[in-house]
Design a protein around this ligand. Structure first.
Ligand code: GRF
Length: 187
């Protein structure tokens, strides 16, 4: 079963996923797509021998990325730190097969602009006792697709947003690959 990753930045989640599936018999990460020619994740993909595709906003919105995607015959499309809104033609082409991870307990702290440290700042300012991760299906609205998996972590002892970010990122690394594998059993 073919896994396609989309990432825009450092790609620590993408790296965990490539590592997790590196020696699995029935699953493989077959390509990594990125909108960022300087994404740190490109080096990580090379390390795992995963082919990479760098694309522009025009190519994404003109359907060129969808064409390229089809050529890999994906069973699942995983957004792992992909910061642009995902185009509806790709979502429509792969119903129930495009997933994303969000570093908070959706529906709280979701939506356009709520990514990265902004999320953790808001959690801290609201003095929430816990935060966590949400893995969800992607639909045409930011962070609103059906929830697949959530996991919470206590953050009341965190002093800075970076503390919260670190704790949540560890959850992402711990759970995202396994949740993908479990989903693939049904796809
Ligand atoms: C993570 O916080 C993830 O929740 C969000 O973007 C960030 C990606 O981090 N979608 P990395 O690029 O995987 O390190």
């Amino acid at each position: 079963k073919n896994i396609i990753l989309f990432a825009s930045g450092g790609g620590s989640n993408a790296e965990q996923i490539m590592q997790y599936f590196a020696h699995k018999e029935h699953y493989a990460v077959v390509a990594l797509f990125t909108n960022n020619p300087n994404a740190g994740v490109l080096d990580k993909a090379k390390k795992y021998g995963v082919p990479t595709v760098i694309f522009s906003k025009e190519e994404l919105n003109e359907g060129k990325v969808l064409l390229k995607l089809r050529s890999f015959n994906p069973s699942i499309v995983v957004l792992a730190g992909f910061l642009w809104k995902f185009p509806s033609d790709i979502i429509a082409a792969y119903p129930g097969k495009v997933i994303n991870i969000h570093p908070a307990l959706l529906p709280k702290y979701g939506g356009k602009g709520m990514y990265g440290i902004h999320v953790h700042k808001a959690v801290l300012e609201n003095k929430d006792a816990e935060s966590g991760i949400t893995i969800h299906f992607v639909n045409d609205n930011y962070d609103e697709g059906n929830v697949i998996y959530q996991h919470t972590v206590a953050v009341s002892d965190c002093l800075t947003p970076e503390d919260v970010a670190q704790r949540v990122l560890e959850l992402e690394h711990e759970h995202f690959p396994r949740v993908i594998e479990e989903l693939l059993k049904d796809l």
